[in-house]
Ligand binder design. Structure first.
Ligand code: ADP
Length: 347
């Protein structure tokens, strides 16, 4: 940003005019009283006083103000000390003005950033405690009921302990997600890039989630056979996490007897695109822009049994972006959704 430093002579002109008016008047009166009045002498005297006082004022005042401001400036050590040295004073004033202005702008930006961070922190903490509260109270509820006497009933004892255990599992799940998102958002998570077969990773995730899919009789499949490996470059574990989250969502929000299809296709520029398509409940258009936000859920009530931490998709987005790749979503409400992401092909 360039700041025009406007040099002003107004102060010096006005002040020197008053001084010379006074001095010339005084000299004129004294001459009139004690000697003989000489107009050319008075004129010359007036002009000399005017120009002399103008220069003194202009230079001295500027220097005085400059010194004072610079001292304040130096006291708060804002200025790079080399910026001002050995320059004529007027240029120095310009530099000083520019530096002060720059300082003010920088501070403003800094304050804005801090405000945003503070807001983020507050919101994050609020969300975290909200997320943890429900499973914690569930666990506490079952344990208290058992301690209050229900434990004497053998069937209740087992049932409530199992429910409490489910609550603890959910807590662990949320804490793990929180841990992951914190690492991702603070940039603490370094990628361990290697070359691997993406088809194999998808197959592993299918195997891992098969039981979960079976509960809803959802079929996990590739769109076609992949007899040859498709080698990509990336962090194996993180990409596996992406696939787990996406395929898990396709099951959670998929319909009974539905299917989840994964396709891996070549793209231009040495990339592949991995698509996870389901024929589940789909997502309304207006929810799509917020889908990747932390803690965003379409169903806010949390009443659904499937509810996760609301962090799954933001974790996915972070991981894909850390790879410098892109993630896309396409969904038709009532028909299904497709989440896809790109990866670099290993050459
Ligand atoms: P959650 O832990 O709630 O699943 P996510 O970040 O994984 O959190 O997903 C955010 C929201 O996006 C979900 O609550 C759900 O409403 C919606 N969503 C995600 N994936 C799908 C999908 N395949 N089909 C329909 N809705 C989905």
């Amino acid at each position: 940003m360039s700041i025009n430093f406007k040099k002003s002579y107004k102060f010096a002109i006005k002040s020197s005019f008053y001084i010379s008016l006074f001095a010339t008047g005084l000299v004129g009166i004294l001459l009139y009283l004690f000697y003989e009045i000489n107009y050319s002498f008075i004129g010359l005297f007036g002009l000399t006083t005017l120009s002399f006082s103008f220069f003194v004022l202009q230079y001295r005042v500027e220097k005085f103000i400059y010194k004072r401001v610079k001292k304040i400036y130096d006291d708060v050590s804002l200025l790079d000390s080399t910026t001002l040295r050995s320059q004529p004073i007027t240029t120095d004033m310009a530099t000083l003005t520019r530096e002060v202005q720059k300082f003010a702008t920088d501070k403003k930006i800094e304050i804005e950033t801090l405000k945003i961070r503070e807001e983020y922190r507050r919101e994050f903490l609020g969300n975290v405690s909200h997320e943890l509260k429900t499973p914690l109270f569930t666990v506490q509820g079952y344990l208290s009921t058992l301690l209050d006497g229900a434990m004497k009933d053998k069937t209740l004892l087992k049932k409530y302990l199992q429910r409490a255990e489910k609550g603890v599992e959910r807590l662990i799940y949320i804490v793990k997600d929180l841990d992951m998102i914190t690492k991702l958002e603070t940039g603490d998570l370094n990628l361990e890039v290697s070359e691997f077969n993406i088809i194999e990773v998808v197959q592993n995730v299918f195997d891992l989630l098969e039981m979960k899919a079976d509960e809803k009789n959802i079929l996990l499949m590739f769109d076609r056979k992949h007899p040859k490996p498709v080698l990509v470059r990336g962090d194996y574990e993180k990409i596996e996490q992406v696939l787990i989250n996406l395929i898990m969502n396709s099951i959670k929000y998929g319909k009974q007897n539905g299917s989840t299809e994964v396709s891996v296709e070549d793209l231009v520029n040495n990339k592949v695109i991995v698509r996870v398509t389901d024929n589940g409940e789909g997502i309304q258009k207006h929810h799509i822009p917020r889908l990747f936000e932390r803690f965003f859920r379409v169903d806010k009530s949390g009443a659904r049994s499937e509810g996760g931490s609301g962090l799954g998709l933001s974790i996915v987005k972070h991981i894909i972006e850390a790879h410098d790749e892109r993630i896309y979503v396409d969904s038709k409400y009532g028909y299904g959704s497709e989440f896809s992401f790109t990866l670099e092909k290993a050459s």
